[in-house]
Ligand binder design. Structure first.
Ligand SMILES: CSCCC(=O)/C(O)=C/O
Ligand SMILES: [Fe+2]
Length: 200
């Protein structure tokens, strides 16, 4: 008898729609009742994810294959905590400003945890909680932000195709080709809401 394999990404990646309270950004911000978001839904927005063996990232064949398949030649680490991140307070503030990049944002959580928030088709925030072992790819042009959770620590591997460009473009930057391409690829599909600023 065949059986459908359980998607074990859920052990290290969970996503849900956020409430609109102004409380501490590091809290979960679940709606009441909770509204979880499926991996299929994230896929529709172009957000990819894997669960990997974070204790063995140096020799992990699964990570090697993803890097080869997707051309992720560059790799470094970013540790977010006051002791390790220069200009910690400023960086934390900037990470949580809604922004986009002109390339994919690829982060592999090898320790700790944190939240990547992305905009849905109708502009609602989806909160993606990544824990040790979660690799996520945010597509170029998606509006997003990052915050630590209440554990206050993450160590993320950063991957990139070629020489890295980390520039954040705070919203609105709808005129950028990367944004237009994202809207065309993921937001303008039949049945999807539009997410273009009125001023664009
Ligand atoms: C956990 S890596 C720090 C966050 C970051 O690099 C970024 O660009 C957030 O959008
Ligand atoms: Fe970013």
């Amino acid at each position: 008898m065949g059986s459908i394999a359980k998607d074990d990404r859920a052990e290290v990646i969970q996503a849900w729609y956020m409430d609109d309270s102004d409380e501490d950004q590091r809290l979960p911000h679940h709606r009441d009742p909770k509204e979880f978001v499926s991996f299929e839904k994230l896929d529709e927005l172009g957000v990819l994810s894997w669960r990997l063996d974070a204790d063995n990232y140096e020799t992990d064949p699964a990570l090697k294959k993803i890097r080869e398949d997707r051309g992720y030649t560059y790799m470094d680490f970013c540790e977010v905590c006051p002791e390790k991140l220069p200009n910690y307070e400023e960086k934390i503030k900037n990470f949580y400003e809604e922004h986009l990049h002109t390339d994919e944002e690829i982060r592999y959580c090898v320790a700790g945890s944190g939240y990547f928030d992305v905009r849905d088709h109708d502009e609602s925030w989806i909160r993606i909680w990544v824990k040790k072992g979660a690799l996520i790819v945010l597509p170029a042009g998606i509006y997003h932000r990052f915050t630590l959770d209440t554990n206050n620590y993450i160590k993320a591997m950063r991957l990139f195709v070629g020489e890295p460009v980390w520039t954040p473009y705070n919203r609105p930057h709808d005129h950028l080709p990367a944004r237009k391409q994202y809207v065309e690829n993921f937001l303008e599909k039949e049945g999807a809401g539009r997410a273009v600023d009125a001023a664009a």
